[in-house]
Design a protein around this ligand. Structure first.
Ligand code: GDP
Length: 224
């Protein structure tokens, strides 16, 4: 199936209706408060709200996407502060949904013990996190999935945590290039039991796909 150029969701029939888009807009227009930063499993706050985690290799555009979704320019700066980059940051979206900024992986210069620490922290977080509704796995549209993403996908499959691919920086690709990328990724998801079938294509810079992603995440929030 060819990707619909007008849709930022693949396959396009997974796109949300106007009502869902409005629910997403309202949810993300509300307050977004920093709740906690955790560098160790002990410091992870107890389950409270439904949770969505944002994951991806470093430099994938995670901070930019979080800022674009929440309409803030500084939200994800917390996670970019030197020395705090390896922590999980929890943000409450109006008391209805917890956004969790997971530490980026794949620094070329990361020492082995750092990688081992990241893996252990991720494993402990993902294992038995009852409130975790979904993990968004961010993928640079130009690069696609790389072997560096495999350990996280394996962890998500093993912990049966539903994960969804979100392409970033789509402004850097032509419509044809993007359509090809989406088809390749949809095929790559075949072997992954925990993969959500809809892929979101976004550009934090151009604002593309942001409203759709907000609508998707609003379906996971508490109604209260
Ligand atoms: P993080 O390390 O995953 O948090 O990534 P950042 O959000 O800091 O972004 C990494 C780099 O990608 C920065 O140079 C951003 O300006 C750039 N970037 C992020 N989002 C976009 C986008 O939508 N389009 C383009 N062209 N560049 C982006």
């Amino acid at each position: 199936m060819a990707a619909d150029a007008a849709s930022t969701v693949y396959p396009p029939e997974q796109a949300r209706n106007a009502e869902a888009l409005e629910a997403g807009r309202v949810l993300f227009a509300g307050p977004c408060d920093f709740v906690a930063g955790a560098t160790t499993a002990d410091a992870i706050p107890p389950d409270s709200l439904p949770e969505v985690a944002f994951a991806g290799r470093s430099n994938v555009g995670k901070s930019s996407l979080l800022n674009a979704l929440t309409g803030r320019t500084t939200l994800a700066r917390v996670s970019n502060t030197p020395g705090r980059t390896r922590q999980l940051n929890f943000f409450s979206l109006g008391g209805k949904l917890m956004l969790v900024d997971l530490p980026g992986y794949g620094y070329a210069e990361a020492p082995k013990h750092e990688i081992a620490r990241w893996s252990e922290l991720m494993r402990l977080y993902l294992k038995g996190r009852a409130s975790l509704r979904r993990t968004l796995l961010l993928v640079d549209a130009r690069l696609g999935l790389k072997p560096i993403d495999d350990p996280l996908m394996a962890m998500l499959d093993q912990s049966a945590v539903s994960f969804q691919l979100v392409l970033t920086k789509t402004d850097k690709l032509s419509a044809k290039g993007l359509a090809q990328r989406l088809e390749t990724l949809a095929t790559a998801l075949n072997g992954h039991v925990a993969a959500h079938p809809a892929i979101h294509a976004t550009s934090a810079q151009a604002g593309t796909g942001i409203a759709e992603l907000r609508a998707e995440l609003a379906t996971l929030a508490t109604a209260a």
